[in-house]
Unconditional design. Structure first.
Length: 259
């Protein structure tokens, strides 16, 4: 455990990364944010709680303490767009998913500040991620890196209409084995409670694309959940009544990943 992230080390060949779970913003940054941004609304709220059951599966769990507004851990350090031609947010976001500004006028971070944030927050998380992947792969010969994400079901700035409930990203099938991708598809096709898509709007961010090397024993998968499936999207409150069946589906997906 550090001031930058928390790590639970498990014994199964499964590492769950939750790069947008953090909500802390250092005071020196927080005072420069707009009033709406100070609520850090683009947090992947409660995903640590949603995935807490996976400790019983033997999973390792890595989660940051700080908000994506400090630095987005799922963006490349050179800030090259992951979705060319589409609206998105960057390494140190200056626009919210609502389209509103993150910073007060004239308060956005400079290039030097962005580089400092990468050194302070981004690199330690990725070093821990790489080390845990190596540890688990050395122990088992393979490892599944599972990227746990969530987002509001309606975000016109990013996509049209309502997002499917379950969005699985495998970088168009390149970040994990075909067999794993098809097992996940099978789990989703066997149920009728949640709409789903494979490699739709969310194909996997930097972490999925960078670390997924199925030919080297590292399968990477991103799961982007529509937040209404486990929380109230307006108040950000966790809802056990809708979260429990969602957790059951996530469990089935993780068990399929471990087969």
């Amino acid at each position: 455990m550090t001031d930058i992230f928390t790590m639970h080390r498990g014994g199964a060949p499964l590492l769950i990364s939750l790069p947008h779970d953090g909500s802390a913003v250092p005071e020196g940054i927080a005072t420069r944010l707009t009033p709406s941004a100070r609520r850090v609304p683009d947090t992947d709220w409660h995903v640590s709680r949603l995935y807490a059951f996976s400790e019983a599966l033997g999973a390792s769990i890595l989660a940051p303490r700080h908000s994506r507004y400090v630095v987005d851990l799922n963006r490349p350090p050179d800030d090259v767009s992951l979705y060319p031609g589409q609206n998105t947010t960057g390494l140190c976001p200056i626009v919210q998913f609502s389209g509103e500004p993150v910073y007060l006028e004239g308060q956005a971070p400079s290039r030097d500040e962005i580089e400092a944030r990468v050194d302070t927050y981004w690199r330690p998380y990725h070093e821990a991620l790489a080390e845990e992947i190596a540890r688990l792969r050395d122990a088992h010969g393979r490892v599944v890196l599972w990227e746990g994400h969530s987002i509001r079901s309606l975000v016109p700035f990013l996509f049209e209409g309502r997002l499917p409930d379950v969005n699985v990203g495998t970088a168009a099938g390149t970040s994990c084995s075909t067999a794993l991708r098809e097992r996940l598809r099978g789990v989703l096709e066997a149920q009728d409670d949640y709409s789903f898509v494979l490699d739709g709007r969310f194909k996997g961010g930097y972490i999925t694309r960078h670390y997924g090397r199925p030919e080297e024993g590292v399968d990477a998968v991103q799961l982007e959940l529509a937040q209404l499936n486990y929380m109230d999207e307006d108040s950000f409150a966790y809802r056990d009544d809708v979260a429990a069946p969602t957790q059951a589906l996530i469990r089935r997906l993780l068990e399929a990943a471990l087969e």
